[in-house]
Design a protein around this ligand. Structure first.
Ligand code: URP
Ligand code: ZN
Ligand code: ZN
Length: 456
C-alpha cells in the first residue's frame, strides 16, 4: 500500500512520456506504472493532466539588500508563491556587500531561509569580497556546507562588481574546487559611464534604462567571461541572458571548448522594452538588468531553448514595491531598484507563451525549468526527475486551464504584477513537496517552514 498514488496522468520521465500511475511512500517515488493501477491511502486523480517533476528555479533573490533598499519578500512569502506556481526547489543568490565575510553571509541567508521557507532551497554564493580571508572561507563553505556554485557580477559598480584581477583568480579557484561560476554579464565601468552621461544630459526617465546598458555590452560581458573561462578551464553559467547576441557569444565560446551554459529568465521571454518605456513612471515596474529588449529577442531566446543553446529558465525574482521602492528613482532611472518578480508565474508563462505557441515542446519546458537545472547544479536525480528513488516533488498540471495573470492571485508581498492582464494557459493543479500536498489550484495548503536545505 502506497501513502499516495497519482493516477492516470501523462507522466514525463527522463526516458519517455506515457499515461500511468505513480506510487509514493514517505518522501520518495517508489513505483511508476504505465498500465497497472496502483492503490494508496491517498489518491490524486490526474486524468487529462500532465505529471511533471517539481520545478526548480535556478535564480531567485529573496533576501536582497540592493540599491539602498531590500527586496520585499521574505522566505515564507516567496516560497509560497513558488509552490503555488509549481516550483518546489529554489536556488537563491546570496548577495553580501563588499565588506561582508562569505561565511557570515552564508549563515545569515541560511538562517533566514530556515525560519520560513516552505519549499526546498539551496544557494549560489556571490563573491564580492576576495581577499585572503574570503578565499579561505569560500574553501570552507565548499568543503563543509555543500556550496557548489559561486556568482559574480560584471555590473553594479561599487556595490557588487568584481575586478578582472579577482575574476581570473576566482575562476582558478572554481576550477580547483569543481565549483560552477554563475555570472551576471555586462560591464560595470561602461554602464556607469553611460548612465552618468545620460543623467547629465537630462535623460532621467525609465525609457533610458535599456539604452544605458545595450545588447553589445551584455554580449561583450559574456565574451569576456568566456575568454577567462577558456584560460582557466572553469565551468561558467551565464544568468539572465536577454538577447541573441549574448547567446551567440556563449555558443561561439562553447564551440572553442569553453564549458558554458546559458540561462534565460521569464521576463526576458515575454516582456519587451516598450513596457519599461510606459509613461507616468509605470515603466519602473519593468526596470531590470540586463534590460528588457526589443520583441525580436524573444524569438532568439525561444529558438535558443528549442535548439539547446539555452538550457535553463529561471525567474531572477527580485521583488521591489512600485510604491515606496521603485519610486526612489522617480527623478533618476539609475536609482530605481532593479528587478521584476515572477517566481509564481514562471511555469505558466513558459507554458502559455512557449509551449502553447509551438515555440518549444512540453519536454523542453520540463527540461529547462526542472531537469537541466537539477543536472547543472548537482541535485539530479534527487530532484528534477520522476523516477524511482527520486524525491516525490511532483506537479500535477492542468494544461487546459485558461485565465489571466492577476496581481490579486499572487502570494509574493510585492505590490504589482509585471504580467497583469496577460493571457494565461495552464495551472499547477496539485503540487507535492517530498510526498506531501503543499498547493492546490493556486492555494498554498502546506506547512510553513518545512523547506529543507539541499547541500550539493
Ligand atoms: O534586475 C535585476 N536582475 N535585479 C536583481 C539583481 C540581478 O542582477 O540579478
Ligand atoms: Zn543579475
Ligand atoms: Zn538576479
Amino acid at each position: 500500500m502506497f501513502d499516495t498514488v497519482i493516477q492516470g496522468g501523462t507522466i514525463y520521465t527522463p526516458e519517455k512520456t506515457f499515461i500511468g500511475d505513480i506510487g509514493i511512500v514517505g518522501e520518495t517515488i517508489t513505483e511508476i506504472t504505465d498500465g497497472k493501477r496502483l492503490e494508496g491511502k491517498q489518491t490524486i486523480d490526474a486524468t487529462r493532466k500532465c505529471v511533471f517533476p517539481g520545478f526548480i528555479d535556478p535564480h531567485v533573490h529573496i533576501h536582497l539588500p540592493f540599491m539602498g533598499t531590500n527586496a520585499i519578500d521574505d522566505h515564507e512569502s516567496a516560497s509560497k508563491a513558488a509552490l503555488v506556481g509549481g516550483t518546489t526547489t529554489i536556488i537563491e543568490m546570496i548577495c553580501p556587500g563588499p565588506e561582508d565575510e562569505p561565511e557570515a553571509a552564508f549563515t545569515e541567508w541560511k538562517g533566514l531561509a530556515q525560519e520560513g521557507c516552505c519549499c526546498d532551497y539551496t544557494f549560489h554564493l556571490a563573491v564580492v569580497r576576495f581577499d585572503d580571508l574570503a578565499k579561505e572561507q569560500l574553501r570552507n563553505l565548499v568543503a563543509n556546507e555543500g556550496v557548489q556554485s559561486f556568482k559574480i557580477f560584471l555590473a553594479y559598480k561599487g556595490a557588487l562588481n568584481i575586478s578582472d584581477e579577482h575574476l581570473l583568480e576566482l575562476m582558478q579557484l572554481c576550477k580547483e574546487l569543481g565549483v560552477t561560476l554563475t555570472a551576471h554579464c555586462e560591464n560595470a565601468e561602461a554602464i556607469d559611464a553611460m548612465q552618468k552621461q545620460l543623467i547629465e544630459d537630462g535623460k532621467t526617465g525609465t525609457e533610458w534604462h535599456e539604452p544605458s546598458r545595450p545588447r553589445n555590452v551584455e554580449a561583450g560581458g559574456v565574451a569576456h567571461l568566456c575568454d577567462i573561462a577558456k584560460k582557466t578551464g572553469a565551468t561558467v553559467y551565464v544568468v539572465h541572458t536577454s538577447c541573441g547576441e549574448a547567446v551567440d557569444r556563449a555558443m561561439e565560446a562553447k564551440s572553442r571548448g569553453v564549458d558554458v551554459t546559458v540561462e534565460a529568465v521569464a521576463p526576458h521571454l515575454v516582456l519587451d522594452k516598450t513596457y519599461a518605456e510606459r509613461p507616468d513612471f509605470e515603466g519602473a515596474k519593468f526596470v531590470m538588468s540586463p534590460p528588457l529588449r526589443d520583441k525580436e529577442e524573444h524569438e532568439a531566446l525561444w529558438s535558443g531553448l528549442a535548439n539547446g543553446s539555452v538550457l535553463t529558465i529561471g525567474t531572477d525574482h527580485a521583488p521591489f514595491n512600485f510604491h515606496g521602492q521603485k519610486d526612489m528613482g522617480a527623478e533618476n532611472f539609475t536609482l530605481i531598484p532593479n528587478g521584476i518578480p515572477s517566481i509564481q508565474e514562471r511555469v505558466d508563462l513558459v507554458h502559455t507563451y512557449g509551449v502553447c505557441t509551438g515555440k518549444i515542446g512540453m519536454q523542453t519546458m520540463v527540461d529547462a525549468c526542472s531537469t537541466n537545472v537539477a543536472k547543472q547544479f548537482n541535485m539530479y536525480p534527487r530532484k528534477g526527475a520522476i523516477q524511482i528513488g527520486s524525491e516525490a516533488d511532483i506537479v500535477v498540471y492542468d494544461p487546459d486551464f485558461v485565465g489571466t495573470f492577476k496581481h490579486e492571485d499572487g502570494l509574493s508581498k510585492v505590490d504589482y504584477s509585471g504580467f497583469e492582464g496577460m493571457e494565461r494557459k495552464g495551472r499547477s493543479d496539485v503540487v507535492l513537496l517530498r510526498g506531501t500536498i503543499v498547493a492546490e489550484q493556486g492555494t498554498f495548503v502546506g506547512e510553513t517552514g518545512v523547506g529543507t536545505y539541499i547541500p550539493r
